[in-house]
Write a protein that binds this ligand. Structure first.
Ligand code: DX5
Ligand code: ZN
Length: 218
């Protein structure tokens, strides 16, 4: 079903060749590029910050979908907006003022996303419907690629799709998406699928056609 967008996550890419990896996945059919920013505080891993994201921007021709797994979020919104993020997604669990954070993301000129961890109920984002362009439903506990899909999150996707109604809000699924789990979340109402290990597995930047085959298989 090609109405579904695929957003490969560069967390599973070669950390010594981000520019070439980004160009490879976009040439092979990626609709968006998912950038996982981790601070070693909100999640138990550490990736990259605004300077790296600004460098990635030079290679991204599609959509730069920046997933902030950081707390606090507000002090960094302007830096990621200036780095060229098209979408900035903040976690509802990252602090007490998600409503203000989402206003600040739009105020910085970016589309606003809100992410929910597997333990957070769908209702947590119901007050935010007028502030967001996307809901990111985590189907793994954030911090790492290659983890197992948490099936109990699928029901949450359907609930959110129902709540969204005809509002122009994307539902993005993040974590453990592969050819087996993708149909489950697509059927539940998701329209953007993040995939890291399922896209990059078995290939290298010198064999980009493997990435293309992996993307088509999802
Ligand atoms: C996890 C990240 C995900 C992850 C997805 O904290 O937010 O985007 O990179 O990787 P896979 O698709 O391998 O689960
Ligand atoms: Zn992510």
């Amino acid at each position: 079903d090609r109405s579904i967008k695929i957003a490969p996550s560069i967390l599973s890419a070669d950390f010594a060749n981000f520019g070439a990896e980004i160009e490879a996945i976009e040439a092979q059919g990626a609709d968006w590029v998912h950038i996982d920013v981790m601070d070693g505080h909100f999640v138990p891993n550490l990736t990259f910050g605004p300077p790296a994201v600004a460098a990635f921007r030079k290679h991204v021709k599609t959509v730069m979908d920046v997933h902030l797994m950081i707390a606090p979020v507000d002090p960094y919104i302007d830096a990621f907006a200036k780095a060229g993020a098209d979408i900035i997604t903040a976690h509802v669990e990252a602090g007490p003022h998600i409503h203000r954070t989402l206003q600040a993301i739009r105020g910085a000129g970016c589309k606003a996303g809100v992410a929910l961890n597997p333990g957070t109920p769908a209702e947590a984002i119901y007050p935010l419907m007028d502030l967001i362009d996307m809901v990111c439903v985590m189907t793994v506990n954030p911090g790492f690629g290659g983890q197992k899909f948490i099936h109990s999150c699928v029901e949450k996707v359907a609930d959110i799709r129902n709540k969204i109604g005809d509002r122009p809000i994307h539902i993005e699924i993040d974590g453990g998406v592969d050819p087996t789990t993708a149909p489950l979340v697509a059927a539940a109402g998701a329209d953007v699928l993040v995939a890291g290990s399922a896209v990059f597995k078995g290939g290298t930047v010198n064999t980009p056609d493997v990435y293309g085959a992996n993307i088509q298989a999802i």
